[in-house]
Design a protein around this ligand. Sequence first.
Ligand code: PLP
Length: 416
Amino acid sequence: MRRAPALTSPDRTAIQSSMPALIRKPSDRSSLLHPTAVNSILAEVRRLKIEGRDIVSLMRGEPDLPTPPHIVEAGIRALGDGRTTYPDNRGEPALREAIAAKLVRANALRYDAESEILVTTGATLGIYSALTAVLNDGDEVMLPDPIYDAYQSPVRLAGGRARPVRARLEGNRFCLNREALESAWTPSCKVLLLNTPWNPVGTVLREEELTGIADFLEQRNLLLISDEIYEAITYEPHRHVSPATLSEAIRERCILVNSLSKTYAMTGWRVGYCAAAKHLIQAMLLVLQQSSRGPALFVQDAAATALTGPQDCVARMRDEYARRRAQVLKQLKGTPGVGVLPPEGGFFAMLDVRDLRLPSEELRRRLLRDQGVAVVHGAAYGEGGEGTLRISFASGGENLTRGLNRLREGFEEVAA
Ligand SMILES: Cc1ncc(COP(=O)(O)O)c(C=O)c1O
């Protein structure tokens, strides 16, 4: 049989351009998805670096601290022991037991390791499987505004719509009050998604605030997805309260999402977990089985070691973040037109730049172009974030010092 002659490049272009639009066009569903602000800004940073510019990034939520050695060793040991086969899709029993014990120890919450816990590929897959398991087309998800900008796309992918709940800047702190929840609510709302400690604003929701939110959830018959990924990084006198501890009724309507990414500096290991009532976990497992089917076995073994082993590494990291937080407050103190909102938790600080009278995105671009420092504009996290910039102190040392110096100079220039 004669082989068809190879196609030349112009042939290919001709074929592609004559393809029916149906084949060339991505799905409507995928066109609902957006990259996060950090990913878009990273593309700008890369372009500047190619031009030879020296850029300091105060942008990403990526700890520069290494994963503690005993956790790394557990992963290596597991690899050596041949723990490389398919994992149990719910998560390995030993890891689920370790998670259940951690939830009792750290959160005063009891969940059955067999039926009420699901191991996920980072909190990202926990959020994705929770949303996909509970949303029907047209359901609305109440999202505090501003908030972490990677929630909207999975809401859309699951057929839902985001319903922003405007947070109020009271004094030095973003708050979520009952009035805002009531005025955002519609009969289509099915879920409230909370993140405490709250990225990007740094608020740690207090027990009395959560009690008000819990009343609202019950009154409006809503589910709660509670992303608690920054729970271990809080600053005195603030303490994380897990909403499910408020009452049995809230525990029943709550899907707790967490991960080892931030607590143990394990972002790249991709391991997290969810805890919820059995019927919810069962539905989430089915969703998860259509995608990642859970982290690798040796990663799960390392995660079990992280949760059951000594916890002083967590305290040391928290102390380090506390030092960096103090550095941010000190180095930016007295900067014209800029107020720092002291974070209560997490490793981001919001800068109140309303007095500089520039849209936050324009200010961010100027700082990147003129000073070579990358931060995220508050408006990327929702309209409620306008007038602020988010800086990260997940990376410390020289990077943080240089970044803060550049910011200060940039602000002084804009103010002048
Ligand atoms: C609030 C919040 N939730 C979830 C994630 C993603 O977590 P993971 O690395 O466990 O997927 C992040 C990452 O920055 C985050 O800030």
